[in-house]
Design a protein around this ligand. Structure first.
Ligand SMILES: [Mn+2]
Length: 243
């Protein structure tokens, strides 16, 4: 039975050497998998596909090697790397997923996404999300010089850290209503996402039917661990990757 892999929230950055090394080892270990889904916040920030420094080039080359070896590669946007575009997916020979994507994994239909769109109590973030996903806003941003975009990205990260420090715990999590609505609209009973950094499998009822929500974890520099997703002959499950 083919093996399908899911990761999210690596927040790759030259400031995280252990996560970066763990990422390259993970891609080597992924060799032979049928597919790898990267469900957002792969990078701590992404200011445009033209930002091809040595770090980004090395990441792209590693993905390209995996996809050239026969593993299908899929990327979803996160709230950090929403500017990942055609240039990146072309360089990695990957496919960019829509915000809410229904996929078939070994006969099981599954809704996959980053998950930020489910945090509907966070009005401030939802307003930023609407703005940052607007085509005209993105075009305007991408027309700015690279060094200016890098400065804006670092300002946005500082702002986001300051905002989140004052937010209640429940505001930073998904709302059950948004989860139910997304599953109903997709017509499936299984959801897999990242974003909240709260890895867990949640069992619940959706209109009287058993449903499941798999939450991937973020990649932790200090402990060298990440909760990832695997689907194979044993079904879909979460697994800890130690690096
Ligand atoms: Mn996120």
């Amino acid at each position: 039975m083919p093996r399908t892999l899911f990761i999210s929230d690596l927040h790759l950055s030259p400031d995280l050497p252990r996560v970066t090394a763990g990422f390259f080892r993970y891609l080597e270990a992924a060799s032979g998998a049928a597919a790898l889904y990267v469900l957002g916040d792969l990078f701590e920030s992404w200011v445009g596909d033209d930002h091809r420094d040595d770090y980004n080039n090395a990441v792209i080359a590693a993905f390209r090697q995996l996809s050239d070896s026969g593993t299908a590669l899929f990327f979803a946007h996160g709230n950090r790397d929403f500017l990942l575009g055609a240039g990146f997916v072309e360089a990695t020979a990957a496919t960019l997923l829509p915000d809410n994507a229904v996929i078939d994994v070994n006969g099981q239909r599954l809704l996959v996404m980053h998950g930020d769109q489910l945090c509907t109590l966070d009005a401030k973030y939802m307003a930023f999300r609407a703005q940052s996903r607007d085509a005209a806003w993105q075009q305007d941003m991408l027309q700015k010089p690279l060094d200016q975009r890098l400065m804006i990205a670092s300002m946005l990260r500082m702002q986001s850290r300051a905002n989140n420090a004052n937010k209640a715990e429940n505001i930073m999590d998904v709302t059950p209503e948004a989860v139910h609505q997304a599953l109903r609209e997709a017509g499936v009973h299984t959801l897999l996402h990242g974003h909240t950094h709260r890895p867990q499998v949640h069992d619940f009822l959706l209109e009287g039917q058993p449903a499941q929500r798999f939450v991937l974890g973020d990649w932790r520099e200090e402990s060298g661990e990440a909760v990832t997703g695997v689907a194979d002959a044993q079904g879909l499950r979460l697994e800890t990757w130690r690096f």
